[in-house]
Design a protein around this ligand. Structure first.
Ligand SMILES: Nc1nc2c(ncn2[C@@H]2O[C@H](COP(=O)(O)OP(=O)(O)OP(=O)(O)O)[C@@H](O)[C@H]2O)c(=O)[nH]1
Ligand SMILES: [Mg+2]
Length: 329
């Protein structure tokens, strides 16, 4: 963090006064894993929580190169034209390996990056996924209190990241591509179940027919999925982040989803269960971290893991032994 540490009071005041410099530093605070920063972050989040919840929270997921950043630039610019403010946050577990972030990439969002009504935040590097998810959840609250009307959470879909993102947003948008016959096979079934809207991107030029075909296939596939909401049937559409074709229709669809679940009362239920799940994810993470940090557990762990891998001890028996060790039994 640059300069003097940010006090919780100064952070709260600055965020409420829409000070962008403070916004950036407050997010750095909630991303920090230092013990004293964590305590300050919790205090800050606790103060912001009562007034939060008014933004439209939209998750955008898709494989590398499907055009997420280009689409967010295009959609975001459309929102600015409508007089809305926005933030773009990224959940990118792979940034740990690459040491940098490919998401929330400001060079792919030049207009948003240059506009004071938009705030683009790259993914924090060097944290495990559970940590990134918590940080992003808290960054989202900070941005809401700051006054952003729309918050995009972008993820590249590594590991469990789509699920983690779906658990912090109101609307989950899957971005995909048409073409090459294997349209649907490339999409993990578990992901299809999270989808509120699927958009086939790069529906421009020569890619248009394939994109339209893929959108039709997706539409029928989505009809067979277990519904997430009574008030919303998942839909597919085509879009081009490059030409802007279909952007306003996509925005209308995103609004329609959020409005439908709000009117049915399902948004409230969703946010409640998201908060409860986040609580338990954090509890589990903290307890497992404590457990791993114990000397007696560490001493047994390597041996037990080796035996489990070799098939000499069953995973459940090994788990029981570790738990008994912790219980002192
Ligand atoms: N034809 C066409 N090309 C596009 C479109 N959107 C993006 N591209 C191109 O696709 C490439 C990847 O675009 P990005 O927006 O960086 O994709 P991304 O999904 O954010 O990629 P990662 O952040 O690396 O996961 C770039 O070369 C873009 O110019 C589109 O709508 N049509
Ligand atoms: Mg990108």
């Amino acid at each position: 963090m640059n300069g003097r540490r940010l006090s919780v009071d100064a952070a709260e005041r600055g965020i409420r006064a829409r000070d962008r410099g403070v916004l950036a530093r407050a997010i750095t605070l909630v991303e920090s894993s230092r013990d004293d920063d964590r305590r300050a972050a919790e205090e800050l989040v606790g103060r912001l929580l009562p007034g939060a919840g008014r933004a439209r929270r939209i998750g955008i997921s898709g494989a590398p190169g499907v055009g997420k950043s280009t689409l967010i630039e295009s959609l975001g610019t459309h929102l600015l034209d409508l007089g809305l403010t926005l933030a773009v946050l990224a959940v990118d577990p792979s940034s740990r390996a690459t040491g940098g972030s490919i998401l929330g990439d400001k060079t792919r969002m030049p207009r948003l990056a240059a506009d004071p009504r938009a705030y683009v935040r790259p993914s924090p590097a060097g944290t495990e996924l559970g940590g990134v998810a918590r940080n992003t959840r808290e960054a989202l609250l900070v941005c809401e209190t700051f006054g952003c009307d729309v918050i995009f959470v972008e993820t590249v879909g590594v590991g469990q990241s789509e699920t983690e993102v779906a658990e912090m947003v109101d609307t989950f948008l899957l971005l995909t591509l048409g073409g090459a016959g294997d349209d649907l096979q490339g999409i993990k079934r578990g992901i299809m179940e999270l989808v509120d809207i699927a958009a086939v991107n790069k529906a421009d030029g020569d890619g248009l027919p394939a994109a339209r075909r893929a959108a039709r296939d997706l539409s029928s596939a989505l009809r067979f999925m277990r519904r997430r909401f009574d008030a919303w049937e998942p839909k597919a559409t085509t879009v081009s982040g490059k030409t802007g074709e279909g952007i306003d229709a996509l925005w209308a669809m995103l609004i329609a989803h959020r409005d439908a679940i709000e009117a049915s009362g399902e948004l409230l239920t969703l946010r409640r269960s998201q908060a409860r799940r986040a609580l338990w994810r954090d509890v589990e993470r903290a307890l497992v971290a404590d457990l791993r940090a114990r000397a007696d557990v560490a001493a047994r762990l390597a041996d037990l893991e080796a035996k489990v891998e070799a098939g000499e001890v069953s995973p459940s028996a090994a788990a029981r032994e570790l738990v008994m060790l912790v219980r002192g039994g």
